[in-house]
Design a protein around this ligand. Sequence first.
Ligand SMILES: Nc1ncnc2c1ncn2[C@@H]1O[C@H](COP(=O)(O)OP(=O)(O)OP(=O)(O)O)[C@@H](O)[C@H]1O
Length: 272
Amino acid sequence: MSATVTIDYVSHTFRGHREPTLSSVDARIEAGERVALVGRSGCGKTTLLQMMAGLLLPSEGVVRINNRQVTRPNARWNLMFQKACLYPWLNVRENVRLGCLFAGRTEGMEDRVDRFLELVGLGDRRDAPVQSLSGGQQQRVALARSLSLEPELLLLDEPFSALDTFTRGALQDDVAQIAADQDLTMVLITHDIDEAVAMADRVFVMAQNPGRVLGEEPIPLAFPRNRHAPEFSRVRERLMHRFEAASGLQSGNEAAETPSADTQPPPIRRAV
Ligand SMILES: Nc1ncnc2c1ncn2[C@@H]1O[C@H](COP(=O)(O)OP(=O)(O)OP(=O)(O)O)[C@@H](O)[C@H]1O
């Protein structure tokens, strides 16, 4: 089962701040959809993700998952970070089991742990100390730990940014495929436009001061996605153009250029 996420006019001002970090964010993420959030550093992406994870309550507005207000964390809404956050003195299998133990989901735990370790390609490393694994493999352990809770919603905060290009590409493809196969709703924060195009069905482009969703870009490409295909480049261009417009980065010259028909972005509009 996958979750529907509704963000209803969410604004947030941190204590001690005069200006809001987020202002009137209004968006809906459908069940089974993969959405990426892109925007310049500090525009409030992590703040918004933490609200979806139940780690932070908005000052105004409501985040709902499956029509119920999010007020606390839940094992079915799983957050993965840039660092794998593993216990170095435990082996691969023990690290994955811990997720189930902490969440109290021990029924069928051993089977789930083995199944998801196979799924992330670490079936043959289950007894290895996690410290003997590469950074990419450690992220796969963290992914198996998240998946073993059979979440409805996977929240990813720049999960691959510390990895080398090839490892990152392989994980992007695998996670997008697993999310599709497991019918998971996925929300991904990334600074990497290619990653957004490789993994998402839709990209929300955020702007800052205050943080808000300025527009969205559909990614109408079938999986698995070929990064060398001309359609991939076209979507990347369109998204980049929108991102630059949102960031206020576009120089006068670039703005004056008339994009080709292929790269002409649709007018920026609010996410709904
Ligand atoms: N717990 C907090 N208390 C006070 N201010 C915070 C807190 N968390 C975030 N902020 C502030 O809110 C703003 C948005 O931060 P946030 O981490 O959500 O942005 P971001 O878009 O995810 O940035 P990055 O891409 O650099 O990770 C920043 O100005 C940050 O300093």
